[in-house]
Each structure stands twice: as C-alpha cells, then as structure tokens.
Design a binder for this molecule. Structure first.
Ligand SMILES: [Zn+2]
Ligand SMILES: [Zn+2]
Length: 248
C-alpha cells in the first residue's frame, strides 16, 4: 500500500494531465491526425494526415503489459535508447527523495490506472505538454511530449539520421566508396571521432581511405577530381564505426 501523500500527489498529477491533454487538442487539433510515428533515434514523434504533420520531442516513461499486468519503467528497459529514456530518471530521483516505491522499482505487477498515474507524474515533473500512449500488440507505451517542434526544425533533426538495413535508424556518416567492413584500406577522418559522441551543429562524421587521401593531397584538399575519386556514400553511424574498427 502506497502512502497517502503518494495517492494525493498522483491524483493531482492526473487532474493536471487531463487539462494538458485538453489544451493539446485545442492548440494542435491533435485528434485530427490519422497516423503517428515515433523514432527513438531522433527523439521525435510525428503525427500526420497525408502531407500535413506535427512533431513533438518526447521521452518514454515506461510500458504496461496487458499480458502480464506489469509495469516497466523506461530507465529499466534495455530496448529503449538512452536519449529517450534519460528523462524518466527524473521521476526515479523524485521517487527516491519522496520514498515512493512505485517510482523507484524498475518492474512490478501493476494496473493500467497505475500506468496513467506514472505518465501523469512524469509529465508533471518535467513540465511537459502532454502524454501519448501508442499500443504495440499487448504493450501500452507511455510517452511524454515535452515540446512542439516546428516543421523546419523537425526536418533538420530528421535529416541527420538515415535508415540502415542493418542497424535501423542511426546518425548519418559519410565514407568514401572504398571503405568497407572487411578489408583494411586506411581510415582518414575530418576530425577525431568516437561512437555516440556529441556533434556540433555543422559537424558530420566523414572518413576516407589511404588512396583517397593521396588524391586529396594531390589536389590540395577536396576538389571535383578527388571527390569523384572518393565517390562519397552515406552510411549510418554504426556502420561508420564498424569500418573504423576494421582499420584500427
Ligand atoms: Zn577511398
Ligand atoms: Zn548501419
């Protein structure tokens, strides 16, 4: 049995989220959109009807399983990317300080009502603008929408990612056509890199082989001729670092 103050707190948050959901509908005509799509890599959730779309930044609170009637917090879920579950730790910290065990246990028997409370509490603690709950078979996925993102800005974020047939969505990286995952051909980079590093706004992962480096020096930096020789292709970040490992 949870403490009375938890129950009161949860009720307050649930009342708050109802108002937020109402506002979300007023501000964005939310229910008009037919499709939704969220992407852990970009941290964006997109709602669309035909060509019209709206985007929000989101984080994952957790998942409720209708099969097992259990709740799993996002911070306790290995399948959830770090960038979309970091914020769920705010709730855990709060739970630790307040001694609310439901907010600190990673996985336990629960109810859908509980799950809504957790989402409402998460929204409250992060000053969010709403909650969205997609369903994936028996799983209810609770997402908190943290901010609206203008279309151009959303496109800019999406453009930094690519769909890879091996690794799903990853950040984009550029390599010359000679780089591969089997043979050592050298690995020259635009700057020193490591996997999952933060990139400055204009920075991109770029690498080329020894032969391309020779061509590049011949032309005193990249020009049309050396670029044609390199014939740069786009890969995902994970592929990039697999190629780098081959050459290490
Ligand atoms: Zn090359
Ligand atoms: Zn890849």
């Amino acid at each position: 049995m949870e403490k009375t103050d938890y129950i009161e707190f949860a009720e307050k948050c649930v009342a708050e989220i109802k108002i937020l959901q109402y506002k979300l509908q007023q501000d964005y005509n939310f229910s008009w959109y037919e499709n939704w799509y969220y992407d852990q890599a970009t941290g964006l959730i997109t709602f669309s009807t035909n060509d019209t779309e709206i985007n929000f930044k989101y984080f994952q609170v957790g998942t409720f399983s209708r099969n097992t009637n259990t709740w799993k917090w996002a911070w306790n879920n290995d399948h959830t990317f770090d960038n979309v579950k970091e914020k769920s730790l705010v709730v855990k910290d709060f739970g630790q300080n307040s001694n609310y065990t439901k907010l600190t246990d990673g996985y336990f028997e629960s109810s859908e009502e509980d799950a809504w409370e957790f989402a409402a509490i998460s929204a409250h603690l992060t000053n969010a603008i709403g909650v969205y709950r997609p369903v994936d078979e028996h799983l209810l996925i609770f997402l908190v929408l943290t901010e609206f993102v203008e279309k151009d800005e959303a496109q800019k974020i999406k453009d930094k990612f690519v769909n890879c047939s091996t690794h799903d969505t990853g950040r984009i990286a550029f390599v010359c056509k000679h780089l591969n995952k089997e043979t050592k051909v050298g690995f020259e980079e635009a700057f020193e890199t490591f996997e999952n590093m933060e990139l400055e706004e204009d920075d991109e992962f770029q690498a080329w082989c020894n032969e391309c480096e020779i061509e590049r020096q011949k032309t005193d930096g990249w020009n049309e001729t050396s670029m044609a020789f390199a014939d740069i292709k786009l890969v995902c970040e994970k592929c990039y670092f697999e190629m780098k490992d081959v050459n290490a």
